[in-house]
Write a protein that binds this ligand. Structure first.
Ligand code: 4AD
Ligand code: MG
Length: 463
């Protein structure tokens, strides 16, 4: 259907001309002589007002009754400067066609629905202001991630979704199988016989593309992977998904300082792109979702990220006198409440916490000389806590092998990973940015389930 995007009509110069638009009716109101329809087509947060002059008799009474909220219509008419204050132009209808009717049980009536209710109807929530704005900001961020890396010569590497290894060593992975789960084949000892499974071995959904993308960094230099990752942790929080998207750059000949610098440049690039290109949507979030959002993001842009080694972070927490649910002690992982305290109260902005105890971090992180800590880096932001997790990688063959043995890893599975340290090893570093957490941070949305089109969380998978 040949039609014009409502966004381009609303941002046009306002001179009178004929246009065709297609979209869904948000609301309709009526006076004695005129019918006003607010039409949205997803290209803009704003609706286009369609004005139907009853005297012109372009629609019958019967048709008027069918012009209901949710119906899809095509309207042809003249774009004219708008009399009312809220918008610059409106469309004076010359003809209206109903493309698809919406009966009165259409779930999105003109009132505010709760996000919990909308989560139950992911196929329709996209027609609301909030979810439309989230989708547009999400798209801009994804594009801007590629721009950032492509401008710097990073190659986008497509790492596999199905894998045989547990990159994070956390053990909470989904399994992929074609075996008959009612009666899986068993070996003599009663174990499931994975030789008979599709790949001839136990297969899982990836928790991270890092280990594979490291292969490319150790040959191509600067690379990144950006794709879906899967975590079968039973975490029912506002910042965990079971399927989420992650961006993972990996840089050859780069240490932890370089990694931190890139992460800061990266986040700032993403924030400034969104603030510059999604103004309408960002104003909406600022007004309706999180007051002061734009100011807080602008402040992040104009100040350097603070660097705080883990040991200092623990001291800050200990001396805070704050009544935490989990007592901060050296050696244990930072809880969400600790992360938020550090970034919101201590630093009042993003903070890069580095050099965590080795026992709470993955096997691949470079060991420090103190034998207790590793070159890890988490970036924490206000309202959310951890948004980035990364590290310099262990590049010393003997140290890495010893650490893997200490952690009882299956050495046969990781020979290729050790090979990268056996042949032409290099210092290299990288990090993972949780893409959905980024969208959450930028939009101010409270729950991560409302920034991904179709959230997957424990005991919940709609559509
Ligand atoms: O800290 P994580 O587990 O690090 C890695 O996976 C590394 N392999 C990254 C790397 O060095 N290449 O995860 C990275 C980020 C977290 O900081 C968080 O933003 C996000 O991924 N994340 C999640 N987002 C949504 N739901 C979950 N369940 C998440 N788990 C991690
Ligand atoms: Mg982490």
């Amino acid at each position: 259907m040949n039609h014009t995007a409502i966004k381009s009509i609303l941002t046009g110069d306002g001179t009178e001309h004929s246009q065709t638009v297609c979209g869904w009716i948000r609301t309709k109101r009526e006076s004695k002589n005129v019918i006003f329809i607010e039409l949205n087509d997803g290209t803009s947060l704003n609706t286009l007002q369609i004005v139907i002059d009853k005297d012109a008799q372009i629609i019958s009474d019967e048709m008027n009754h069918r012009l209901l909220t949710g119906a899809s219509v095509k309207a042809v008419g003249l774009v004219k400067p708008c009399q009312g204050a809220s918008q610059s132009v409106e469309l004076q209808a010359q003809s209206i066609d109903i493309i698809g009717e919406a009966p009165t049980d259409y779930p999105l009536q003109k009132k505010r629905h709760t996000f919990e209710f909308l989560r139950e109807i992911p196929h329709l929530r996209i027609r609301t202001n909030t979810f439309g704005a989230v989708a547009r900001v999400r798209n801009t961020l994804a594009q801007s991630i590629h721009d950032f890396f492509q401008q710097r010569g990073f190659l986008w590497i497509h790492t596999p979704i199905i894998t045989g290894n547990d990159a994070e060593g956390a053990g909470s992975m989904f399994q992929v199988t074609t075996l008959n789960m009612d009666a899986p084949p068993r070996s003599g000892s009663g174990q499931i016989d994975y030789n008979q499974d599709f790949f001839g071995k136990k297969s899982l959904l990836t928790v991270s593309g890092q280990l594979q993308v490291e292969n490319f960094a150790c040959g191509m230099g600067h690379v990144y992977t950006f794709g879906p990752t899967f975590r079968a942790e039973n975490s029912n929080t506002a910042r965990h998904l079971s399927e989420y998207w992650m961006v993972e750059p990996e840089m050859a000949f780069c240490n932890l300082d370089g990694n931190r610098e890139l992460a800061e440049l990266f986040i700032k690039h993403l924030l400034s792109t969104v603030l510059n290109t999604c103004q309408e949507d960002m104003d909406f979030f600022d007004k309706w979702i999180s007051n002061g959002l734009i100011d807080s993001l602008q402040k992040v842009l104009s100040s350097p990220f603070v660097h705080l080694p883990y040991t200092d972070a623990i001291s800050e927490l200990e001396k805070s006198g704050e009544d935490f649910e989990y007592k901060p002690v050296w050696g244990s992982d930072l809880q969400a409440e600790h992360e938020r305290f550090l970034t919101e109260k201590v630093v009042k902005g993003p903070v890069a916490v580095t050099d965590y105890p080795k026992d709470i971090k993955a096997f691949y992180m470079k060991q420090n000389d103190d034998n207790k800590t590793v070159r890890a880096m988490d970036i924490l932001v206000p309202r959310l806590g951890e948004i980035i997790g990364g590290s310099q990688r262990e590049d010393n063959f003997d140290k890495l092998k010893a650490r893997m043995q200490e952690m009882n890893m299956d050495m046969d599975e990781y020979q290729w990973y050790l090979d990268l340290r056996r042949y032409g090893t290099i210092p290299h570093s990288g990090f993972g940015l949780g893409f959905d957490r980024l969208v959450q941070y930028v939009t101010g949305m409270q729950n991560i389930r409302d920034v991904i089109p179709f959230p997957r969380t424990p005991k919940s998978m709609i559509l």
